[in-house]
Design a protein around this ligand. Structure first.
Ligand SMILES: [Zn+2]
Length: 135
């Protein structure tokens, strides 16, 4: 799989903070309820912290109480890439930025949330950067 934006590992390491690098480039997970956007209700667009691609918007963000920012749909279907993830003895679907391949989080479905898709894109705050809408 190749991405529009590909950089050597050393470059990602230099451009991102250690915490950002761990999540975005090594598929880490930030601690629950600690991320800066967990409860954010600001209107705006969430872009990839690694490459700046627009990924999610506040319109699709909902309160899942799971401890991470949750969205029921990406901004555009092709903005994210979904990959089967069998690590940690679980079968999950990993969500990556389709432009740079950075790890964002996982998507779960059929959990019964009252959202239009019944999907929960469980995304690390540190993978995103919120640009508030101009009012
Ligand atoms: Zn990206």
């Amino acid at each position: 799989m190749s991405y529009d934006i590909e950089k050597p590992d050393e470059q990602w390491r230099a451009e991102l903070s250690p915490a950002e690098y761990t999540v975005l480039r090594q598929a880490g997970t930030e601690p629950a309820f600690r991320g800066e956007y967990t409860d954010t209700k600001t209107t705006g667009v969430y872009s990839c912290r690694a490459c700046g691609a627009d990924l999610f918007t506040s319109t699709e963000k909902f309160e899942s109480h799971c401890g991470w920012p949750s969205f029921y749909d990406p901004k555009d279907t092709d903005a994210v890439e979904l990959i089967e993830d069998r690590s940690h003895g679980m079968s999950r679907t990993e969500v990556r930025c389709a432009r740079c391949g950075s790890h964002l989080g996982h998507v779960f479905e059929g959990e019964g949330y009252a959202t239009p898709t019944d999907q929960r894109y469980c995304i690390n705050s540190i993978s995103l950067r919120l640009t508030p809408a101009e009012s």
